[in-house]
Ligand binder design. Structure first.
Ligand code: CIR
Length: 253
């Protein structure tokens, strides 16, 4: 069970953040509404929400997931691979010191974005992407193994971050899209397979009794409901425009 989440409001500079998508400029008012609905959904899941104020100097900093990897008893501050985002970790490290006695950090030349790290019970998967390099992944693997977890490094072929295409819902069940559908590292899991057209919905999260998924992906929603989960759907359009998924907006621990 998660007790806590950390979220961070998007600032006005959000619309100038990094993106590879061609979905248009985010609408700031809709963005704030969508962020507020996300926070309300987390509260419904029974977690305590630590809500950080916006930082105009860091346009992408609402995507807090990329700044750390958290477990119940230690935190790893990441070293984000995009220059414009790297400074986000200073605030997060301060915040995490309020929750954790044991903090590790990923150090240069290693880079790592939290969006490339998936936990499935005692096993972590660490993606190598445009943001996470081999050295960053190696450092995290070493930390996790020291702490008694298993860790596997997964080079990505097509997805932006590892969790863009795969989620873990507990009970040995993953939600997989694209390159992860037949990936040998995930062969031993039960799978909900996400179709190409619904690919964005592979980035969903289990928070205690609910699965949060982006709105508008009926096929995936139905499959997850049929697997016995209660769902909360969230409009994510203004986050999707900046390559952000549902998991990216919070750190859960
Ligand atoms: C970025 O390019 O860093 C942001 N615009 C989106 C980050 C999304 N984070 C994630 O998938 N974990």
């Amino acid at each position: 069970m998660f007790k806590n989440v950390i979220v961070k409001s998007p600032g006005k500079s959000y619309v100038n953040g990094l993106t590879t998508s061609n979905l248009g400029k985010p609408d700031f008012d809709r963005l704030l509404e969508q962020h507020a609905a996300y926070v309300e959904a987390l509260k419904k899941c029974g977690v305590e929400v630590t809500h950080l104020p916006a930082s105009e100097d860091f346009p992408d900093s609402t995507f807090v997931e990329d700044t750390a990897v958290l477990t119940s008893d230690f935190a790893v501050v990441s070293n984000p691979g995009a220059d414009s985002r790297n400074g986000e970790i200073a605030e997060m490290e301060r915040v995490l010191k309020g929750f954790y006695k044991k903090l590790y950090s990923i150090k240069a030349p290693g880079t790592l974005d939290g969006g490339d790290v998936l936990q499935a019970d005692g096993h972590f998967y660490i993606g190598i992407s445009a943001r996470t390099n081999q050295e960053g992944a190696r450092q995290l693997k070493e930390i996790l193994e020291t702490e008694g977890y298993k860790a596997a490094i997964v080079p990505l072929k097509e997805f932006f971050h590892l969790k863009t295409g795969v989620a873990y819902l507990g009970n040995n069940l993953i939600v997989a899209a694209g390159e992860f559908v037949d990936h040998p590292d995930f062969a031993h899991y039960e799978k909900i397979i996400v179709s190409r057209k619904d690919e964005y919905s592979a980035n969903c999260i289990l928070v205690n009794d609910f699965v949060l998924i982006p709105k508008g992906y009926e096929e995936t929603k139905l499959k997850i409901e049929q697997a016995g989960y209660k769902m909360i759907e969230l409009d994510m359009s203004e986050f999707q425009k900046q390559d952000g998924g549902l998991s990216c907006l919070s750190l859960r621990f």
